[in-house]
Design a protein around this ligand. Structure first.
Ligand code: HEC
Ligand code: HEC
Length: 366
């Protein structure tokens, strides 16, 4: 009997601490009502030639919501071992990609896909991810936290940490008007993350943007590249790029096969991409056309990061790509000379927007 006593003591101590913890939360029930809830509309600045961004009625952007989303985006609190945040794979300096061919999560396990730029992500109206499997930013933001090759925790754990954090309950109150820290949910966290992501808009200050507004002149080499990109010249070859990477976003947001892999049969693709989502064999091997804005900052390239440089990308397109029945008809042997390939690359560099990557509102707030 005597030997059981310490165990009993230990057990009751454990139950007592567990209750203590619950009471801590209960004690503070309604404590947020004293914090002023008066959110201010966020003024989203969009370049004149962009279309309006469609923002869901139930998640209008506020200064408080965007700020909360920014904190969550940079906070390793959302990962199991507190080592990684969204920003670990989406670095502002790399236009919100991670400089790796494929991303690696907290357990060091590499995925099969390359991180995606979040520049102008709020304009994407045909699905998110390389294969379009997520429909909205609010739904997408729920995924990385529990993904075993990303932040690999549970939302229950993440929300418990947030509820017991010294600042977040007040931040959630200010952004969403909740009365109690128990009202903090993963859905509200995802809404805040989505608000921050919608604020990630091109500044309109790239050399390309300034040139089309007539503020600067591009060099002859950049202009030749632009003419080939958009097929604007009767003497230079058409590089076909602008049909899929069209202005002003430099993407149609469609899912296409740009000829990366040979497939005798459409079931042969190792990564079926869009086909996994639609279930249609004809969509196998199709991936989202990504934006080319800031493309000089987001190497390596393609959904699996197979190309290290823009030179390799241009060589791919110039070759006409690999055969597959659904390879897009605009992927053809372009017959560009070495000089023309370099001119195309010079043009791609005019899409670099360092005002965007250096924007202090997008940096780590901690
Ligand atoms: C371990 C690295 C990693 C972490 C952490 C991570 N991401 Fe990603 N992110 C990726 C990769 C890789 C993709 C592309 C995945 C795919 O297509 O299957 C991606 C895609 C996305 C996209 C789709 C963009 C588009 O253009 O379709 C969004 C949005 C996004 N991530 C936001 C987030 C948010 C928000 C977080 C934090 C909650 C986060 N990511 C955490 C690696 C990461
Ligand atoms: C038929 C449509 C189409 C045409 C034409 C096209 N692209 Fe693409 N582009 C895509 C698709 C689809 C992807 C993504 C493919 C993947 O990763 O599986 C892509 C990816 C890229 C990438 C990699 C982007 C990243 O974030 O990794 C670059 C760079 C690129 N294209 C440049 C160009 C250039 C330059 C041209 C003209 C020479 C061009 N593209 C022509 C559809 C096209």
């Amino acid at each position: 009997m005597k030997s059981l006593f310490p165990l009993f003591l230990l057990l009751s101590l454990l139950t007592w601490t567990a209750c203590e913890k619950d009471e801590q939360v209960l004690d503070k029930a309604g404590d947020l009502e004293n914090v002023t809830y008066n959110p201010e509309a966020y003024n989203l600045v969009i370049p004149d030639n962009f279309r309006d961004m469609v923002i869901p009625a139930d998640n209008q952007m506020t200064i408080e919501g965007v700020m909360l989303g920014r904190k969550l985006f940079f906070d390793p609190i959302l990962s199991d071992d507190n080592t990684m945040a969204c920003a670990s794979c989406h670095l502002p300096s790399s236009s919100f990609t991670d400089d790796l061919a494929v991303s690696t999560g907290i357990d060091g396990i590499a995925g099969t896909r390359s991180s995606m730029s979040l520049l102008d992500v709020g304009f994407q109206d045909k699905g998110l991810f390389w294969d379009g499997r997520s429909t909205t930013l609010e739904i997408q933001a729920l995924i990385p936290v529990e993904d075993p090759i990303e932040l690999h925790t549970t939302w229950a754990e993440a929300i418990s940490r947030i509820r017991n954090h010294p600042d977040y309950p007040t931040d959630f109150r200010k952004a969403f008007g909740i009365a109690d820290r128990k009202d903090i949910t993963k859905e509200l966290a995802a809404k805040a993350l989505a608000q921050f992501e919608r604020s990630l808009v091109s500044s309109g200050n790239s050399r390309y943007d300034r040139a089309i507004r007539g503020e600067i002149f591009l060099s002859p080499s950049e202009l030749n590249g632009m003419d080939m990109f958009f097929d604007q010249s009767s003497v230079l070859p058409d590089a076909e790029c602008g049909h899929c990477h069209n202005q002003p976003l430099f993407t149609t947001n469609e899912y296409l096969n740009n000829g990366l892999d040979y497939a005798a049969d459409l079931n042969d693709f190792q990564d079926k991409g869009y086909g996994n989502v639609t279930g249609k064999k004809s969509d196998n091997g199709k991936f989202k056309v990504p934006t080319l804005r800031n493309i000089a900052l987001t190497a390596p390239y393609m959904h699996d990061g197979r190309f290290a440089t823009l030179e390799e990308v241009i060589d791919h397109y110039n070759s006409g790509g690999q055969y597959a029945e659904n390879r897009h008809p605009l992927i053809v042997d372009l017959q560009l000379t070495e000089v023309q390939k370099q001119e195309l690359i010079s043009f791609l560099h005019t899409l670099t927007d360092t005002t965007f990557t250096n924007n202090p509102n997008y940096s780590n707030p901690f």
